[in-house]
Design a protein around this ligand. Structure first.
Ligand code: XMP
Length: 320
């Protein structure tokens, strides 16, 4: 049983002290690897880990080919300013290879999990001699996985999986008692700039969580372009999270006077505090229309844009 610490209860200074001790105790005289995606959770864990271990922590950003536009360079740049060196590991071939031919959402998540932990981190850990991986799993990830809603990419122990046996290293999860609002409070206290601790959440399975059906390089490129447009329009909306989704359905459209059996993008924008429940943001129709115009105008092959108006539950935030 994991005891939750709510954002209100969280005494950041005491929490930081305790976790630094725990991390130092667990790693001992060894080195550790830390998985950074640039999201709020992994950014916070990176800062905490560096306070605890300094140079004995190697921070790795996995370029899996399913991240957002310019993400690797942006994350490396952010952390350089914070004095943290981030190593980018190119694993694009491995991820696209693992995702080939998979359309089922849970199988997609499983393929990503295995590629991250068994292949990519397995290799990095073996090559570096590190004994543990430090990562930013939070309580919401555990809840949804245990409840059988979604297999979050970063949850093992609660499913009876021993990472030591499965992958050959231990996993430390210092944020596991917190939810998103608590992590933001902690990240701020650890010196993350607002651009990082207030970043909208982004899932571990990345853009693959936003492609219904086959995940190919071409389909990822479509959702990546649409995502950049949606994020550009909604960055000042104050919403909890917003995203573009590529559907499998094709719909008849027209371009240059000709029929085009084209692609369909769904836009979602959520109001939420901790991602457990959420409702759609009441965006103005002017914003929605302008966004649709830009998506159909700039993303090749897209002829239709829809806006989600369902809440969680029964929806979930991501589509996969
Ligand atoms: P759902 O789609 O389950 O998402 O309503 C709730 C929140 O969790 C994020 N999410 C993930 N985060 N690994 C993560 O680290 C995952 O596998 C994962 N799946 C969803 C999602 O973006 C939302 O903020």
């Amino acid at each position: 049983m994991i005891t939750e610490i709510t954002a209100q209860e969280l005494d950041v200074n005491q929490f930081i002290e305790e976790k630094i001790e725990e991390i130092r105790g667990a790693v001992g005289g060894d080195t550790a690897i830390n998985a950074l995606s640039g999201g709020v959770d992994s950014s916070t864990v990176t800062m905490l880990g560096h306070r605890a271990l300094g140079d004995r922590l190697r921070t790795v950003f996995v370029e899996n080919g399913i991240m957002r536009e310019g993400e690797a360079a942006q994350v490396v740049g952010f952390f350089k300013k914070l004095g943290v060196t981030v190593e980018v590991v190119d694993a694009r071939k491995e991820f696209f290879g693992a995702l080939e031919g998979i359309v089922d959402p849970e199988q997609k998540r499983e393929a990503i999990t295995q590629t991250f932990y068994k292949q990519v981190f397995g290799r990095i850990v073996r090559d570096s001699g590190a004994k543990c991986l430090l990562q930013g799993t939070i309580l919401t990830d555990v809840d949804e996985t245990v409840a059988g809603i979604k297999r979050q990419h970063n949850v093992f122990e609660q499913l009876g999986i021993d990472p030591q046996q499965a992958f050959g290293y231990r996993i430390l999860e210092p944020l596991i008692q917190l939810r998103k609002d608590g992590v933001r409070k902690l990240g701020k206290a650890l010196g993350l700039p607002e651009a990082l601790f207030d970043r909208i959440p982004f899932p571990g399975p990345a853009l693959a969580a936003r492609v219904v059906g086959a995940v190919t390089q071409e389909r990822i490129e479509t959702v990546r372009k649409a995502t950049a447009i949606v994020e550009g329009f909604l960055k000042d909306s104050g919403a909890f999270q917003y995203m573009a989704i590529l559907h499998e359905d094709r719909v008849t459209g027209m371009r240059d006077g000709k029929r085009e059996f084209g692609l369909q993008i769904e836009v979602r924008c959520w109001e939420s505090v901790d991602a457990r429940t959420a409702s759609p943001t009441r965006l103005s129709f002017d914003v929605l229309e302008a966004m649709a115009g830009e998506i159909t105008g700039k993303v090749p092959g897209v002829v239709s844009v829809t806006y989600n108006i369902a809440s969680k539950p029964p929806s979930t935030l991501e589509v996969v």
